[in-house]
Design a protein around this ligand. Sequence first.
Ligand code: NAP
Ligand code: MG
Length: 404
Amino acid sequence: MAEKIQMTTPLVEMDGDEMTRIIWKMIKDILINPYVDLKTEYYDLGLVHRNETDDQVTIDSANATKKYGVAVKCATITPNAQRMTEYDLKEMWKSPNGTIRAILDGTVFRAPIICKGINSLIPTWTKPITIARHAYGDVYKNSEMKVADGSKCELIVTDKDGNETRQLIHTFKGSDGIIQGLHNINGSIASFARACFNFALDTKQDLWFATKDTISKQYDHTFKDIFADIYETEYKAKFEAAGIEYFYTLIDDAVARVVRSEGGYIWACKNYDGDVMSDMVATAFGSLGMMTSVLVSPDGVYEYEAAHGTVTRHYYKHLKGEETSTNSVATIFAWTGALKKRGELDNIPALSEFAEKLEKATVQTIEEGVMTGDLYVLSTLENKRKVNTQDFLTEINARLQAMM
Ligand code: NAP
Ligand code: MG
């Protein structure tokens, strides 16, 4: 066999929990270590070790990501009451993804992996639709109240000199009601915009953005204006040179266009729109096992992962010694995304080419009819075969070997 591909800068490797932790090791053993002299800085984000380190390991891994620029993360348990007893936890540790996102201040881009035979429920969608969700503010950091009949509700803003500006929301006459106060921060909107413009350039895809600016003439219009200003002053020339487009429209028009489209673009969404639309897009494209996710920070740091969780139900089967057929595609693509980015940043074309071959071999395996159970029920191929977790990786490796 040819010599292993050498790396110069380490990848930040964040290990995780349950079935995805099992898959994590298999992917490295079967698909990566035989070809790449893998250089990683390893952080064990498995719940046991997070508990042992009082979650310091999560913070350390995020800081290492800032230092090196590229991380690959395994799915991790976000503890709830049941996990407290299952793992005898000192505390109900916060979601690692939340902690990492807060440190990196990033935007999450989610995209499905498309294979022939695994058709979208929307037949026109033949290319991936990547959703970027603004992960700050709006209804997720609101304050709200129930209001009694007869109450007068106002917005009051007190500026730094103590001057008040008031605006009537509503005077309740004849019925009780409800009110809600939302906010956002221009700096956060600008970071989001830059992350989206950068990712569009990175992946050479058009960027769509939509709000309800006709109705919300201050709030939503500010999102529209910040995007437009940053596009004009910082990105227009780069987009033209790359042959891609920034397209703004109203949210209802965007939804209609998305359904009619063939895909192949990034759809930037306000927080609530992204929450709702990412579930719709993921469902239409089929299995959770095929959805990738990357966190991109405004200063160009990348953290790659699968969008799904630790696949607990399969893990319990695995522990009982039963055979599993867990889809490893999104986790494989987290690794290939990270290796490609490392190759690009360190100017190691062989590393990027390897990652691309691994992606091709993975898609080819499914398109040749060899797949895990979640895909088996979706595939329209006539000659299809369901394989177990490990055999799926071995099948990919057979095709990868043929390409090397
Ligand atoms: P999940 O792990 O995504 O699994 C939900 C169900 O979706 C599975 O039971 C399975 O369905 C199907 N599924 C998901 N990924 C699959 C794959 N790769 N291959 C085959 N089937 C797949 O979500 P969950 O059960 O709600 O959460 C489990 C744990 O993951 C929780 O502790 C949660 O905190 C954590 N979580 C972590 C992340 C993250 O780290 N990014 C994200 C979400 C959840 P069937 O059982 O019907 O086969
Ligand atoms: Mg949601």
